[in-house]
Design a protein around this ligand. Structure first.
Ligand code: AMP
Length: 420
């Protein structure tokens, strides 16, 4: 019998990579503070209705990609496919409307979507999510876009491209929907099967189709911007002006409609240009009607989600720095069985002083223990044998130069603090 493997589309983040993730999260945490966003931790599963009503029944995510199950009480629950709906649910449930507005929140964690796995696309993937809930100010859209860019800049990403669009609101979207359907009707037979299905249910998504024939057929389709109502047009204008004001370069992309239904007005994506088809490192936008769709009062919001796997992949491809990997400083080596106790005691003194230290646990020969010490990447081996114990000293061996020196056991920790 072969051993059990992980399910398709999930991956283990092993120590060789996890320290890189740590770097991404620590930079994220700093940027979040600089933009005055506070961290929240939200549940990994929610009631299925949160996503079917919040994200939209006719989106790919809800129709085809959710991990939905019944719990033991027969309730339908879903592993979260995204975070905005949960953030808004939490905002409403915890009465954050009574606090300082907007509530500026961020969170990071795994999301789950039943998608076809490929490079940069997984069934469990991590998102870093920022949301500002409770204000319709276009300057908040500017802040959100700039926050994502600042994060990517601080991580060292280059070739960043920002695509911005406005997808309108319930007042102007029907006007665009009709104009788009009128434009597409004579071309309906030529569209791909999925787009023919979208024609009545969600024609906007046809603009987003990656099929080259559909893309060619929609080349001259009416844009959402051409159909905006006055309020949405004024808002979009203010967002563009705000971005120009802070010197953020961006491109207006009429095709950008995004996969989730809740977007109103601003929608945007940041591309890195390095991941082929999966080149979006972040996507976001305004969702002024999301709160209402999940049963709350009208509450505007704006946010984005960035994929952690894609960030790390792109950073690797671009040769960005992740800082230094963690390493063990001291490897304690006992010369023989009689010196084990003294070695263990030294090991814990060193650790308790906040210095990273380790020892060999495989109980092999002294030679093998030195080999492990060398492979550990530690700066020094701290050797204790009968001679050292008798003289109240330890032998410190510099594992790079091979130089040795005797250090008084009682002064070992102080010595290491200055030597490292
Ligand atoms: P979305 O929630 O679809 O707007 O996605 C926001 C960001 O999450 C994307 O720009 C990606 O960086 C990332 N992302 C979305 N789906 C996946 C996936 N299946 N695997 C890895 N990253 C993903």
């Amino acid at each position: 019998m072969s051993s059990i493997k992980a399910p398709r589309g999930v991956r283990d983040i092993l120590p060789g990579e996890s320290w890189k993730w740590e770097h991404v999260f620590s930079v994220t945490r700093k940027v979040a503070g600089d933009f005055d966003y506070r961290e929240v931790h939200l549940p990994v599963f929610e009631h299925t209705e949160l996503f079917s009503r919040g994200v939209g029944e006719t989106t790919d995510v809800v129709e085809k990609e959710m991990y939905t199950f019944e719990d033991r009480s027969g309730r339908s629950l879903t592993l979260r496919p995204e975070l905005s709906a949960s953030m808004v649910r939490s905002y409403l449930e915890n009465r954050m409307d009574k606090q300082h507005q907007p509530a500026k929140l961020w969170s990071a964690g795994p999301m789950f979507r039943y998608e076809r796995p490929q490079k940069g696309r997984y069934r469990q993937f991590w998102q870093i999510d920022f949301e500002a809930i409770g204000s319709q100010d276009p300057l908040l859209d500017v802040e959100s876009i700039e926050l994502s860019l600042e994060l990517f800049r601080r991580l060292g990403l280059s070739n960043l491209e920002v695509l911005v669009n406005s997808v309108g609101c319930p007042a102007c979207r029907p006007v665009h929907r009709k104009a788009l359907q009128d434009f597409l009707r004579p071309r309906l037979k030529e569209l791909c099967e999925s787009c023919r299905g979208r024609f009545d249910r969600n024609p906007l998504r046809i603009l987003d189709c990656k099929n080259p024939t559909c893309q060619a057929l929609t080349e001259d389709a009416p844009s959402t911007i051409s159909c905006l109502c006055d309020e949405c047009a004024v808002h979009f204008d203010a967002v563009r002006k705000g971005l120009a004001m802070i010197g953020a370069s961006f491109e207006v992309d009429n095709r950008l409609v995004r996969g989730l239904d809740y977007y109103t007005k601003t929608a945007y994506e940041v591309l890195s240009g390095e991941l082929g088809a999966q080149n979006a490192v972040c996507g976001g936008g305004r969702y002024d009607n999301l709160a209402e769709s999940i049963g709350g009062p009208h509450t505007p919001g704006m946010g984005f989600a960035a994929g952690a796997e894609r960030i790390v992949l792109t950073m690797e491809e671009q040769g960005c720095s992740f800082g230094e990997p963690p390493r063990c400083d001291i490897f304690v080596v006992h010369a023989d069985d009689s010196s084990l106790e003294a070695a263990v005691s030294a090991l814990y003194d060193i650790r308790r002083a906040g210095i990273a230290a380790d020892m060999d646990y495989t109980g092999r020969t002294l030679r093998a223990r030195f080999k492990t010490a060398g492979a550990s990447g530690a700066a020094f081996a701290c050797v204790l044998g009968p001679e050292e114990i008798a003289s109240g000293k330890v032998t410190l061996k510099d594992l790079r130069s091979g130089e040795q020196q005797a250090v008084e056991r009682a002064k070992l920790v102080d010595f290491l603090k200055t030597a490292l």
